[in-house]
Write a protein that binds this ligand. Structure first.
Ligand code: HEC
Ligand code: HEC
Ligand code: HEC
Ligand code: HEC
Length: 108
């Protein structure tokens, strides 16, 4: 009985701990995109395709990836809009794959 209780305790501590360590990561993100309309970003597909997290999470240590909006806002030196466009659109252009036209990404 004692063994069982301590096993349960260990597991619950582990569960608690892991929920603190890893930032929430979703398979898909939806961005509002202002008047141009929303953008659906398949994070999982891009991870599998590109492998290297640093391509996008360029300032973050591995395992401590932050949302772009932590640093890129409407008023930051590199504005959120430019950070996204210069990341997303630029790569699609360079790889000749993925949407590059405004309305291919922004949907109303
Ligand atoms: C093509 C670009 C791209 C690649 C590659 C990528 N991510 Fe992301 N990731 C994003 C974007 C965009 C978001 C959403 C950020 C936002 O909401 O501003 C995000 C969100 C996250 C978040 C959630 C951050 C938070 O606090 O909400 C985590 C964690 C994360 N990514 C980890 C990873 C890891 C680990 C990899 C590599 C296996 C990876 N990402 C690869 C673009 C990318
Ligand atoms: C910890 C802060 C931080 C986070 C998080 C961050 N950035 Fe940046 N980013 C910067 C800073 C500061 C610059 C200015 C240039 C430099 O110092 O590298 C920059 C520059 C950029 C540039 C180059 C802009 C240009 O003018 O060409 C792109 C593209 C970019 N960020 C995209 C992203 C994307 C996409 C994400 C999220 C996946 C992200 N950044 C997350 C701080 C951050
Ligand atoms: C370093 C390269 C790279 C970056 C950065 C990148 N993508 Fe992509 N993306 C691709 C490639 C390659 C494809 C084509 C995948 C295919 O056709 O199999 C793609 C496909 C897509 C598609 C269409 C297929 C799907 O997954 O729905 C959308 C939408 C998309 N990307 C949005 C974005 C957004 C939004 C960002 C920025 C947050 C972004 N991408 C950043 C390389 C990139
Ligand atoms: C590869 C996908 C992609 C393409 C192509 C693209 N955008 Fe975006 N755009 C984004 C993302 C992602 C954001 C950030 C959305 C957010 O933060 O809500 C954005 C943000 C914006 C914003 C700012 C919205 C706001 O209120 O902050 C405007 C305006 C905009 N885009 C216009 C355009 C125009 C015009 C074109 C064509 C020349 C274009 N976009 C092409 C992905 C794309």
């Amino acid at each position: 009985m004692k063994k069982l209780i301590s096993a349960i305790l260990v597991v619950s501590v582990m569960v608690l701990f892991s929920s603190f360590v890893s930032a929430e990561m979703k398979d898909t993100y939806e961005f509002k995109g202002g008047s141009m309309g929303k953008i659906t970003f398949n994070h999982k597909a891009h991870q599998d395709l590109l492998k290297d997290c640093k391509i996008c999470h360029h300032k973050d240590e591995a395992g401590k990836e932050n949302a772009c909006g932590t640093c890129h806002t409407k008023d930051s030196k590199v504005k959120a809009k430019d950070a996204f466009h210069n990341n997303c659109q630029k790569c699609h252009k360079e790889m000749k794959k993925g949407p590059t036209g405004c309305k291919d990404c922004h949907k109303k």
